[in-house]
Design a binder for this molecule. Sequence first.
Ligand SMILES: C[S@@+](CC[C@H](N)C(=O)[O-])C[C@H]1O[C@@H](n2cnc3c(N)ncnc32)[C@H](O)[C@@H]1O
Length: 200
Amino acid sequence: MASMWDERYATEEYLFGTEPNAFLVSQRHLLKPGMSCLALADGEGRNGVWLAQQGLQVLSVEASAVAQEKARKLAAQRKVTLEFEQADLAQWQWGENRFDVVAAIFIQFAPPALREQMFAGIRRCLKPGGLLLLQGYTPCQLEYGTGGPSAAENMYTEPLLRAAFADMEWLHFAEHDEEVREGSGHHGMSALIDLAARKI
Ligand SMILES: C[S@@+](CC[C@H](N)C(=O)[O-])C[C@H]1O[C@@H](n2cnc3c(N)ncnc32)[C@H](O)[C@@H]1O
């Protein structure tokens, strides 16, 4: 899996751009300097680096070494420090009550069994009061074909997220179709689903 991503990332271009995800930026009012943050499957670091620029202590976890090298370069350009860990999230030790924020932006590489494992990891590794900031695609994205996996089972629906994060306080939820311009990787009209939720 990492080698497929390594191949996609093996270009000078930043596949998903160097600017942070717009949903993440829209939730900046929830972020405070000093918060500990896990940037999940953080790719070339556009989100982890932006979170570090907001003063958060970021752990950027990603399977692709090629992407992570580009993330390190972006962090150096923006003069911020992050902790980087190259890891397969299927094997990763999530820990417990560890992070104030988990950024889960477009982590839909995971089919249902791995997704369940990862969502359980997110719930566990957040501290009480910690925030989940998640954006993904709904099944309608398969018609747009402007980014994301081609497997319907990897997509998110409201019932799926309600079941996974039922015991959290939902602060913001939306399903919306938008033009997305995130490098060449996410480009064009997209069927998005957003969740900001707090662990109780
Ligand atoms: C669609 S990209 C999103 C990257 C980043 N979150 C962003 O929004 O720019 C999905 C990322 O998941 C990573 N990935 C795929 N399988 C993984 C796994 N098993 N463990 C960790 N990362 C993985 C890929 O290398 C890729 O960087």
